[in-house]
Design a protein around this ligand. Structure first.
Ligand code: BGC
Length: 391
């Protein structure tokens, strides 16, 4: 029992708490008693539920640790709410494990991530669906997820929609693989937004990060790309805006920014994520899309590790960053969130693997590292050690 009945005023949250039976009081995991309708900043009233999938990864990691002081810090990570990635059709089966446990004062949080031709400009996260598999994406991925969410109208849900996909169409469209993926991405994301627009759901479309769409020349085309897909989906009101820095390393408000002394910095005013949101949000609203943001602070606790802004794979020396919170100091930023589950790899360092990407072989990338999404024990321990603020 986490005692949330005492800590949270039921009236502050849409969806009424179930009156606890004596047994439920002990379990304390009851959903709201009535359907949830999310309006405004969903993180203002509810924090993200610590899903059992990541909690069990963390607990197994802690069990392997011999340094007891570090293990005690690591154990705390199991209680931090993170997003759960539904990165293939097989993972759909674990959604319900989470949904059935989410109390009324929490949000279940998932990442929708299975577009055909996924990760078109890189290799590490190439997915199970090939270019042209849009009908499979719709019928065997999005539709079953929607059906599950419909079973839980009394549960609040936050979604990040398809990290990196639309940003790739803005900046990497010179690559044939991204040209081939483009139609599937645009139609797939629009289908996801339209189909997942349920009252208890809030969605954020991924917008890369300041070092990506933040360049002066990318802001307008970036906003146009996202807003066009949003409008093609029928402008669902459950879309709040964007996610930024997903699985990324940028600081939220470090000033001057990490790369602001580079010679090309004059072409990018979005030298931290706060600046990026402040620059990108008005471009979105000018194009008719809402511009609220959530920012991934899961692994940005240590700065100054990367040689270049675009280096994205298993950065060595990283630490867990600011804890998830709706207190962000920016009216445009709904919350700091942990989208990438810290301890899961960004990509393999095995040069002979099919999904080996040269970015995972960079000097500042941690080696050896397993396949994207696989548990990376040494990396997790490093994130715990270097956490800032400390755990
Ligand atoms: C991987 C996914 C994984 C996610 C979260 C991505 O880079 O491609 O398989 O679920 O990271 O760790």
């Amino acid at each position: 029992m986490k005692g949330f009945y005492a800590a949270v005023a039921a009236s502050a949250i849409s969806g009424v708490f179930a009156a606890p039976s004596p047994v439920e009081v002990r379990q304390a995991a009851s959903a709201c008693a009535t359907p949830v309708t999310l309006t405004g900043n969903p993180f203002a009233q509810r924090s993200i539920f610590a899903n059992p999938y990541y909690a069990s990864e963390v607990r197994s990691a802690v069990a392997q640790m011999t340094d007891t002081a570090l293990a005690a810090k690591a154990a705390k990570v199991a209680d931090i709410g993170t997003f759960q990635w539904i990165d293939n059709r097989a993972k759909i089966s674990i959604i319900e494990d989470t949904l059935k446990q989410v109390p009324c004062d929490k949000l279940a949080a998932f990442v929708i991530y299975d577009l055909p031709g996924r990760d078109c400009a890189a290799k590490a996260s190439n997915g199970e669906l090939a270019v042209g598999d849009l009908p499979i994406y719709k019928a065997e991925y999005i539709d079953p997820i929607v059906a599950l969410f419909k079973k839980y109208p009394n549960t609040a849900i936050a979604l990040v929609i398809e990290p990196d996909s639309l940003p790739n169409l803005v900046t990497n469209i010179d690559q044939v693989s991204c040209q081939n993926s483009a139609t599937g991405y645009r139609e797939g994301v629009a289908y996801a937004l339209k189909s997942l627009a349920l009252p208890n759901i809030v969605m954020y479309i991924d917008a890369g990060h300041g070092g990506w769409l933040g360049w002066n020349d990318n802001l307008k085309p970036g906003a146009k790309e996202l807003a066009t897909v949003y409008k093609n989906a029928g402008s669902p009101k459950q879309v709040r805006g964007i996610s930024t820095n997903v699985a990324g390393w940028n600081a939220f408000d470090l000033s001057p920014g990490e790369f602001s002394k580079e010679t090309d910095a004059q072409w990018n005013k979005a030298q931290n994520e706060k600046l990026y949101v402040e620059l990108f949000s008005p471009e979105l609203t000018a194009n008719g899309m809402p511009g609220q943001a959530i920012v991934d602070t899961g692994r940005n606790g240590v700065q100054g590790l990367r040689k270049a802004w675009g280096h994205w794979c298993n950065i060595n020396g990283a630490g867990f960053g600011k804890r998830p919170t709706a207190t962000t100091g920016s009216s445009l930023v709904d919350a700091f969130v942990w989208v990438k589950p810290g301890g899961e790899s960004d990509g393999t360092s095995d040069t002979s693997a099919t999904r080996y990407d040269s970015f995972c072989g960079k000097e500042e990338s941690f080696k050896p590292s397993p396949e994207a999404g696989a548990w990376h024990q040494a990396y997790f321990e490093m994130l715990v050690k270097n956490a800032n603020p400390p755990l």
